[in-house]
Design a protein around this ligand. Structure first.
Ligand SMILES: [Zn+2]
Ligand SMILES: [Zn+2]
Length: 344
């Protein structure tokens, strides 16, 4: 079968021909219907050899959807032909976090050699993939896989972050979204759907800001050092109740620090490698700063419910599997509006 693999440190991924994997006991094989590309794939592929820990070759793709193709011994909860999305942050399944569905915060997974698909385990960017446990499959129930697949990360990650911050975002509040790409453009829609906040979106190009307004941002601003003053003016001098930084670089975190109100919240979601000094004299009094990771299984169900009720629409650019390396190059160069999705 065809698979998009990262094979050589520092080079683009390639289209490889690899054996069809067989599901072991308790596992499920999916015929992949859609796989999303993510900036964190680029984070992985830009690591130098000494910092790279994901194994080579690595079949990419941590956003996956598929049709159940074959089940391993003992699997009775799904049947061949079921349409499903894959919950990606696989945990041990037994600890207190996993028992709450919060496998994204499982403290044992890495030590047990359990890694998310596409980030250690063979991923979704292939014609077929193995899912290690049936609990990681969420029924699509009529949702289109190509339109939906990115919600497993680009929807779930902002949803988890926003839901954790709900108490700060009643009617009359202000939320700032920095970076309106894959995650950010879904975050705007989630904020509109589940909070009372006015949404101010920041990005570096007018094209992305136009897109941000189309998906529901009330106000847009170019992301630069003038933005904090503009945000303060828009909020009567107070600042934003919550700032969601989907870039996570030092300059955007600095915008977050200067835009947030007293007792507000900064959610540093992007993996841009920046850090933010907190404490007296840096962040305003009472501000909480958090770096969330992905989301829980039940939150993914909620995200898919939001999509089913028509509140979420992912802007998708489709690529056949042979063009996946080209799609990665476009993503790297900021040429993708919304999310790039490979359709095997
Ligand atoms: Zn991702
Ligand atoms: Zn666990």
């Amino acid at each position: 079968m065809k698979a998009i693999q990262y094979q050589t440190i520092g080079e683009l991924p390639v289209v490889a021909d690899i054996p069809l994997p067989e599901p072991g006991a308790g596992q499920v094989r999916l015929r992949v219907t859609a796989a999303g590309l993510c900036h964190s794939d680029w984070f992985v592929m830009s690591l130098p050899a000494e910092a790279y820990t994901y194994g080579l070759p690595l079949t990419l793709g941590h956003e996956g959807a598929g049709i159940v193709d074959k089940v391993g011994e003992g699997v009775t909860e799904v049947a061949v032909g079921d349409d499903v999305a894959v919950y990606g942050p696989w945990g041990c399944g037994h600890c207190s976090e996993c028992s709450q569905g919060r496998e994204n915060y499982c403290p044992f997974a890495a030590d047990l050699g359990i890694y998310p698909p596409g980030l250690g385990a063979p991923g979704a960017m292939a014609e077929y993939m193995i899912v290690n446990d049936v609990r990681h499959l969420i029924p699509l129930k009529g949702l289109d896989p190509v339109q939906t697949v990115s919600l497993t990360d680009a929807g779930l990650t902002p949803y988890h972050s926003i839901k954790s911050t709900l108490a700060k975002l009643p009617a009359g509040s202000t939320a700032v979204v920095i970076g309106t790409g894959g995650l950010g453009h879904v975050a705007i829609q989630i904020l509109r759907a589940i909070t009372g906040a006015t949404v101010i979106a920041l990005d570096v190009s007018e094209e992305k800001l136009t897109h941000a307004r189309e998906v529901g941002a009330h106000t847009t601003l170019l992301s630069n050092s003038d933005a904090p003053a503009a945000i303060r003016e828009l909020t009567g001098g107070i600042g934003a109740d919550a700032v969601f930084d989907f870039v996570g670089a030092t300059p955007t975190l600095d915008i977050a620090r200067r835009s947030v109100r007293i007792d507000g919240a900064i959610e540093s979601v992007g993996i841009g490698g920046g850090t933010l000094a907190t404490g007296f004299g840096s962040t305003p009094f009472g501000v909480s700063v958090r770096a969330p990771y992905w989301g829980s299984r039940s939150e993914l169900m909620e995200v898919l419910d939001l999509a089913r009720s028509g509140h979420l629409h992912v802007t998708v650019e489709e690529f056949p599997i042979d063009r996946a390396p080209e799609a990665y190059a476009k993503l790297h160069d900021g040429q993708v509006l919304g999310r790039a999705v490979v359709v095997p």
